[in-house]
Design a protein around this ligand. Structure first.
Ligand SMILES: [Zn+2]
Length: 214
């Protein structure tokens, strides 16, 4: 089914999450929209190699459905919409942490070319009207998505050696404070692996902003 057609079907007058008729906003009704809130501070966990993190939403059925529509349903405009919703929080986090460099976790290239045709996190960043540098390179791996892998040890094994630093950034990380943006924070295995890599490359501090918490 062509993606355009698919988007038109979904871009209708009903809330994508609860099915109630829409009034003022595209995609989501007011109730679902206002339910999107960051995780409370006390729910924060310690993630190795990371100096801190923030997420745009907490974990709930609405959030789970939303990220699934973006990542597996392939609705690009919804990714931009979420990015725009998260803009104030993301800007606040940047103001607070004052990173020297803002980057993101790139999607699996195999998934990019053969299934979705877009990178959800790149689209959310565009939706937030932010510029992020591509510091990380992701290996071309055809394997099952990490989000569907529940076992923590298996997740750790899968993310190991998945990333490397782009050549032009290899000498530019020393002493830097870096903010990494990702679409989804699950176990934190990816975030930790990336932070470990950046710190091995000389980064002084690494922070994470994730749009969703699962
Ligand atoms: Zn709704």
């Amino acid at each position: 089914m062509p993606k355009r057609f698919f988007e038109r079907i979904l871009f209708c007058e009903r809330c994508l999450l609860c099915g109630k008729p829409l009034e003022n906003n595209p995609f989501l009704c007011e109730v679902c929209l206002f339910s999107l809130k960051p995780s409370p501070e006390e729910d924060q966990i310690t993630l190795p190699f990371l100096d801190g993190y923030k997420t745009f939403t907490h974990y709930g059925w609405r959030e789970e459905k939303l990220i699934s529509l973006i990542k597996f349903g392939g609705i690009k405009s919804l990714a931009r919409f979420v990015g725009n919703l998260a803009k104030p929080l993301l800007e606040g986090y940047i103001k607070d942490k004052k990173p020297d460099l803002v980057t993101y976790v790139p999607t699996n290239p195999w998934r990019f070319w053969f299934s979705r045709g877009f990178d959800p996190v790149e689209e959310m960043i565009k939706g937030a009207k932010l510029k992020a540098e591509k510091v990380l390179k992701r290996r071309w791996l055809a394997r099952k998505p990490l989000a569907r892998t529940k076992d923590i040890e298996e997740r750790k094994r899968l993310v190991k050696n998945t990333f490397s630093i782009e050549k032009r950034f290899k000498t530019r990380l020393r002493g830097k404070r870096i903010l990494v943006i990702d679409d989804l924070l699950t176990s934190g295995a990816t975030a930790s692996e990336v932070a470990k890599l950046l710190k091995a490359g000389g980064a002084k501090e690494v922070y994470l902003f994730a749009f969703f918490r699962a």
